[in-house]
Design a protein around this ligand. Structure first.
Ligand code: 3EB
Length: 342
């Protein structure tokens, strides 16, 4: 662990559920069962309706604030939140089943989220996780992911220069009911990072749906004078705008890791990273469409990443039907200089 992370406004660790530190963490995220959120005294307990795979059961994602910082919780309609001096963590949850059209409820969710972020003084969404049931099923002749994208795009695309404020994101299909969107918002804008190997998602051609997905490939949040958190969006085996290696799990993992590698390089060219304090990977999440791929995926990841990288394997549907795997990451960075946000 790099020492200054203790002062990061938000530190993410994976811990065993029985670890007492989980009970003390201001935000805990558990996996399995059905999606939802519960505010506790000064804390947020989020449940993502995705089953953990492999050795993942019993692991909990814990977010901590700097020592001495207190979180204040609140509820506004469908939004439950926790705020500290530096950031706002919010969770918007609503009933949804596989027969509901995600478009209108997603639009409402994003309107309410952005309104609440503005009202609470954290105008900028840096990272959003979206989980909805049956993401590849069709309702009214359209894949549900596309309806989700339309509802979300109507909100973002109405904002001025919206490309510059899009958050890094994940959108994954659950096998349980409920729409769950949780996010981190900040007072200052984060830097957006795109992947030169990929068409920006917000510019995908129409063949992928009537409205493009509203997200940035990564966002870099200046979290201290020389510290930043780099949020890598869900990253798949896509080059240009096309899916690659259809049917080949290992090759899809490698292509996804290559895309993440390029995002890390991009981040480093825009924002010099200190050579004596390399970035530290604090958390990786791997979503697998087929639970049966777990042993092969785990072996492949182990071969590529070794034993030091903490990752969590989850059973979820990727928003392109032909893709088997998607990977997201969070890196803590030490910078040589303060970020300049365009
Ligand atoms: C992709 O690159 C894969 O719609 O929020 C990854 C991360 C994907 C986020 C989203 C979609 C989203 O297009 C899918």
């Amino acid at each position: 662990m790099i020492e200054p992370t203790a002062k990061s406004p938000l530190t993410v660790t994976y811990r065993r559920d029985e670890d007492p530190a989980c009970g003390a963490a201001p935000v805990v995220i558990r996996f399995g069962g059905s999606s939802g959120v519960e505010p506790r005294a000064g804390r947020l307990e989020i449940r993502v309706g995705l089953e953990p795979l492999g050795d993942g059961s019993g692991w909990v994602e814990c977010w901590s604030l700097p020592e001495g910082a207190a979180g204040e919780t609140g509820v506004e309609g469908a939004l439950t939140y926790l705020r500290s001096d530096d950031c706002l963590v919010g969770c918007w949850a609503a009933p949804m089943d596989a027969n509901d059209d995600p478009d209108p409820v997603t639009e409402r969710a994003y309107r309410e989220i952005l309104a609440a972020c503005g009202a609470l003084g954290f105008k900028y969404l840096v990272r959003v996780w979206n989980y909805l049931p049956a993401i590849n099923h069709a309702v009214g002749g359209q894949e549900r992911y596309r309806g989700f994208c339309s509802g979300r795009a109507r909100v973002f695309e109405a904002l001025p220069a919206y490309e510059r404020i899009l958050p890094a994101a994940t959108a994954i299909g659950t096998h349980s009911d409920g729409l769950l969107i949780y996010f981190i918002a900040t007072r200052e804008a984060a830097a957006r990072i795109e992947n030169p190997r990929q068409v920006s998602a917000y510019r995908y051609p129409r063949q992928y749906g009537p409205r493009s997905p509203s997200f940035a490939r990564a966002s870099l949040w200046q979290s201290g004078p020389q510290a930043a958190e780099l949020f890598i969006s869900g990253t798949a085996s896509i080059v240009g705008h096309e899916s690659r290696h259809v049917g080949d799990l290992g090759a899809q993992i490698d292509e996804s890791l290559r895309n993440i590698g390029v995002l890390l390089e991009e981040a480093a060219t825009h924002h010099p990273v200190r050579a004596d304090a390399p970035r530290e990977l604090s958390a990786l999440k791997v979503y697998l469409r087929r639970a049966a791929d777990t042993p092969a995926a785990a072996a492949h990841l182990r071969a590529r990443l070794g034993h030091d990288v903490p990752w969590l394997l989850l059973h979820g549907d990727i928003c392109r039907e032909e893709l088997l795997v998607e990977i997201e990451g969070l890196y803590s960075e030490r910078l040589t200089e303060t970020l300049e946000i365009p």
